[in-house]
Design a protein around this ligand. Structure first.
Ligand SMILES: Cc1cc2nc3c(=O)[nH]c(=O)nc-3n(C[C@H](O)[C@H](O)[C@H](O)COP(=O)(O)OP(=O)(O)OC[C@H]3O[C@@H](n4cnc5c(N)ncnc54)[C@H](O)[C@@H]3O)c2cc1C
Length: 438
């Protein structure tokens, strides 16, 4: 498909929602110029969001993956000019070759730069590195009513702030200037330590300072719930760099979904036990670019969910509430038909004032399979989130109800009011924005 408008079925990464929508894939500026302000549109990057943020009823999806050129590196300011459809894998390969890197990398190599800005994504140690928006210096944005606008913290700062973490609702990001850092080494040393509980992870995360620090936990209902591993990585300067080898990853679209979920109470218990035993107490040193997407390297994790798909709940809990929240989490698994597979925790710091989480605390991700009680368990997590003043990471949750969103997204009101002031016709729309009444 090129710039021609075609009808396609688009599906969320969690496989819970699909829709036939019109989609257009521009590859020239004149295709962008000709977008009219008479019909709703929404930008689409790699399509790796768990929630339908890049398509919706009555909106034309503008697929930006052909805008994928890597431009000039500005040595004086350490910024690289990128079109928004550049994939993370292409950026890290280019950057590593030039002895540079971007510290904030979400977990899939085919996620695009536009998608990272729009979700204000985070990487493996957001407390140290911040979020994606912290590395964005400039944005070229297109809105059919206003044409092209240059945004930065100095030029149009309000629209810049609405756009980072704004889920494509301010317009189409055409290109951006991102700040890169010097690559300290081609190798990363990771130590994994066994931990007995979610509480122990919090203890370790409180003092973790490495380039990457996160925990992984068995989320199977029962006595192993919360047991896991703590991964801490540092640049490995001891290893002599060999020749740079690019990271290669191919999406295999020919593999058919399993017709059922291979994750269930018995399989999670066995697989997690083995994963824990195999990885516990290990020190490894691997090439930096191979360390960027650890979950994707364990490709069975997503494959096992089958055609019913994965469900994920991700939320930020502030420091003062984390222990009480964990107490409730232990009770939740004890008292329910609990569909947990894994939990991961990172220490978090976010500065954005859009729909993304902001402030400091612990970012908890909970991966679950679908059983008859999954929705009920997620509703109970909603209640816990509200009780402990948590904030949702909305891109990971395809069902977050409006009633919960308005009470938990910290900047919901100001974001919505500013967006309506900027774009009274509300031309950029998706299922996510409709569901959250933005
Ligand atoms: C396996 C996996 C691991 C992940 N790990 C992490 C993680 O560690 N940390 C994290 O923060 N997130 C993570 N994510 C979530 C991911 O970072 C976001 O969903 C991201 O937005 C996906 O980018 P995309 O290019 O696929 O965009 P899409 O899914 O296509 O779109 C996402 C949003 O971005 C907007 N958008 C895309 N391109 C543009 C553009 N050019 N202009 C304006 N708006 C645009 C869309 O309108 C939509 O609102 C993960 C997702 C997966 C599947």
């Amino acid at each position: 498909m090129n710039n021609l408008i075609a009808l396609h079925k688009l599906r969320t990464f969690d496989k819970s929602f699909s829709l036939d929508v019109s989609i257009q894939r521009p590859d020239r500026y004149r295709h962008i110029d000709s977008l009219s302000n008479l019909e709703p549109i929404i930008a689409r990057g790699g399509g790796f969001s768990y929630t339908p943020a890049s398509f919706g009823h009555g909106s034309k999806s503008i697929d930006m993956t052909k805008f994928n050129r890597i431009g000039v590196y500005d040595h004086a300011n350490s910024t690289i000019l990128l079109e928004s459809g550049v994939k993370l894998i292409d950026l890290i390969n280019w950057a590593a070759k030039h002895k540079l890197h971007l510290p904030v990398l979400p977990g899939h190599p085919y996620i695009t730069i536009g998608g990272c800005i729009a979700a204000d994504a985070h990487g493996k140690n957001p407390f140290v590195d911040g979020t994606f928006a912290d590395y964005v210096e400039e944005i070229l944005l297109f809105h059919p009513s206003y044409g092209y606008q240059n945004l930065s913290r100095i030029n149009n700062p309000e629209i810049f702030s609405l756009t980072c973490g704004g889920y494509g609702l301010t317009g189409i990001i055409i290109s951006t200037k991102l700040r890169l850092l010097k690559l300290p080494s081609y190798y990363v040393k990771t130590v994994s330590t066994g931990i007995a509980s979610l509480y122990e992870a919090i203890d370790k995360l409180t003092t973790a300072s490495g380039m990457s620090a996160y925990s992984w936990h068995d989320a199977t209902k029962g006595s192993n719930f919360g047991k896991g591993l703590f991964f801490s990585s540092q640049w490995d300067d001891d290893k002599i760099p060999t020749e740079f080898t690019p990271y290669l990853y191919k999406l295999n679209s020919t593999i058919k979904d399993l017709p059922f979920s291979a994750w269930n109470k018995s399989s999670t218990s066995i697989v997690n036990y083995i994963y824990n035993r195999v990885n516990c107490g290990k020190t490894t040193s691997i090439e930096y670019i191979k360390s960027c997407f650890p979950l994707i390297n364990n490709s069975f994790y997503y494959y096992f969910y089958g055609k019913l798909g994965v469900r994920e709940y991700q939320l930020l809990i502030q420091d003062q509430f984390i222990i009480k929240f964990i107490d409730y989490f232990y009770d939740l698994q004890k008292n329910n038909n609990f569909p947990g597979v894994m939990i991961s925790i990172k220490k978090f710091k976010g500065n954005q004032h859009s729909l993304s989480p902001s402030g400091t605390g612990y970012m908890i991700s909970f991966g679950a399979y679908v059983n008859k009680d999954t929705l009920c368990v997620f509703s109970k997590l909603d209640e816990m989130m509200l009780a402990f003043k948590g904030q949702p990471y909305i891109v990971k949750d395809s069902r977050l109800p409006y009633e919960i969103a308005i009470k938990s997204i910290k900047n919901y009101d100001s974001f919505r009011n500013n967006l309506i002031k900027y774009d009274p016709l509300r031309l950029l729309r998706s299922e996510l924005s409709d569901r959250l009444k933005i």
